[in-house]
Design a protein around this ligand. Structure first.
Ligand code: SAH
Length: 359
C-alpha cells in the first residue's frame, strides 16, 4: 500500500513541479525531462532503465507512483466499446469507458468516487460522494486505458462518475497535465467537460479560458421540472445557469452543448420541447448573435433504483424534430455498448453490491 497521505503523487506534478522536486533531492533539473514522459507512458520510476538506482530510491522516499489497476474489463461484442473498472490506491473503484469512433478513441473518465449532486436518474450518486480523485488519478485513467488497449486515446469526455466542477482544482490540474506536449498531449479541443450546473465554477472555468467544450446537463425546460430531478437546480435555477452559459461563451467563444436525458412522462413531451427551444433561443440568442447551440438527446438509461423509464422512439423523434424546427440542432445519442451496460456508475455499484453480499 502506498503512503498516499504523506508522499507526493508523481502523476499530479507538472514538469516544473517535478523539476523542483528533483532539485530538492539534489538531482539535476534536466532529469525531469527524462522522467516526466515515461511516467505519462505508464512507467513507474522503478521501471525506468535510464534512471539510476540512487535517484529512484530518493524519489521513492518522498513520492509515489500508482496507476489505476484494471479490476474488470468488459468489451461490447456489438460496437467494441470497452468498459474498465479501475481500483485506486486505496481500493476505491471508478469506471472509464472507451468508445471507438471513426475519428478515434474517446475515453469517458470519472472525476470522483461517487457523487453528491443527487440527480434522481443517475446511478453514480446513489451512495453519495466518497472522495475526490486527484489530478494524477484523473490522468491515470487515460494512461492505464492506453496501456490496456495498446492504442492511443484521442479524445476525452469528463462524463463518468462524479461532478468534475465539484473537484475543480484537481480537474484544472488534470487539463494542464494531459495537454503537456511531452506527456499524453491531448489538445483542449479534444476534451469535453460535462457539468450539472455549478454556476460559480462555470464562471471560474471561463476565466481560465481553456478551449475545451463545455456540456451542460440541462434535462428540463423549466425550474419546476428541473428541480424535481436535479437538486442542484434549487441552488442555481435555469435562468442563472443559462446566464452563466452566456458569460462562458462571451469569454471563450466555444460552442456549448446541452445534454437532455429523455425520461418518459417527465420531460419528453412536444410541449416541453417547444418550451426548451423557446428558452434556449430567448436566453442565449439575440438578433445580432446566433450562438451555436447543440442539444444531445439521451433516452434515459434505466437504473433499477430510480424507477425512471426511457422515452419511446416516437417521443424521442418528435422531441428532436421540434427543436430542429426552432433552429436548435439536436442529435439523438446512439447507445454504445448496449450489451455491457456502458452507462456510467452501474459497474461500480454492481461490484460494490457483490462485495457486500460476500461479507
Ligand atoms: N456530473 C456531470 C458529469 C457526469 S454525468 C454532469 O452532471 O454532467 C454525465 C451525463 O450523463 C450527464 O449529462 C448526466 O445527467 C447523464 N446521466 C446520468 N445518469 C443517466 C442515466 N441514467 N441515463 C442517461 N443519462 C444519464
Amino acid at each position: 500500500m502506498q503512503d498516499t497521505n504523506t508522499k507526493v503523487e508523481l502523476l499530479s506534478l507538472l514538469p516544473d513541479e517535478l523539476a523542483e522536486l528533483l532539485v530538492s533531492l539534489g538531482e539535476p533539473k534536466y532529469r525531469a525531462g527524462q522522467i516526466f514522459p515515461q511516467l505519462h507512458r505508464g512507467l513507474s520510476p522503478d521501471d525506468m532503465t535510464n534512471v539510476g538506482k540512487v535517484t529512484r530510491a530518493k524519489l521513492a522516499e518522498v513520492a509515489y507512483y500508482h496507476l489505476p489497476q484494471v479490476e474488470r474489463k468488459l468489451v461490447s461484442a456489438i460496437d467494441g466499446t470497452v468498459k474498465l473498472l479501475f481500483s485506486l490506491s486505496d481500493g476505491n473503484c471508478v469506471e472509464s469507458v472507451i468508445m471507438k469512433y471513426e475519428h478515434g478513441n474517446t475515453i469517458c473518465i470519472s472525476s470522483q468516487v461517487g457523487c453528491r449532486m443527487g440527480c434522481r436518474f443517475c446511478a453514480s450518486t446513489i451512495g453519495g460522494r466518497v472522495r475526490d480523485l486527484t489530478a494524477g488519478e484523473l490522468l491515470g485513467q487515460v494512461i492505464a486505458a492506453q496501456k490496456e488497449l495498446g492504442e492511443r486515446i484521442d479524445n476525452i469526455v469528463m462524463m463518468g462518475i462524479g461532478e468534475p466542477l465539484d473537484n475543480f482544482d484537481a480537474v484544472v490540474k488534470f487539463l494542464r497535465l494531459v495537454n503537456e506536449p511531452s506527456g499524453i498531449c491531448i489538445g483542449y479541443r479534444h476534451i469535453s467537460l460535462s457539468t450539472c450546473g455549478l454556476v460559480d465554477k462555470i464562471d471560474a472555468l471561463a476565466q481560465l479560458n481553456f478551449p475545451i467544450t463545455l456540456s451542460i446537463s440541462l434535462h428540463a425546460p423549466d425550474d419546476e421540472t428541473r428541480s424535481a430531478i436535479m437538486p442542484i437546480n434549487n441552488r442555481w435555477g435555469v435562468d442563472e445557469l443559462l446566464a452563466a452559459c452566456r458569460r462562458y461563451y462571451a469569454v471563450t467563444t466555444r460552442r456549448i452543448s446541452f445534454e437532455y436525458t429523455l425520461i418518459s412522462g417527465k420531460n419528453d413531451s412536444v410541449e416541453q420541447a417547444e418550451k426548451l427551444a423557446r428558452l434556449l433561443n430567448s436566453r442565449l440568442r439575440s438578433r445580432s448573435d446566433t450562438m451555436p447551440i447543440h442539444v444531445n438527446l439521451i433516452p434515459v438509461n434505466e437504473v433499477t433504483e430510480t424507477g425512471f423509464v426511457r422515452s419511446g422512439e416516437r417521443a424521442v423523434r418528435a422531441f428532436a424534430a421540434t427543436l430542429e424546427k426552432r433552429g436548435i440542432r439536436a442529435t439523438v445519442r446512439r447507445k454504445l455498448g448496449p450489451d455491457i451496460n456502458a452507462a456510467c456508475g452501474q459497474l461500480r455499484r454492481a461490484a460494490a453490491k457483490e462485495s457486500e453480499n460476500k461479507e
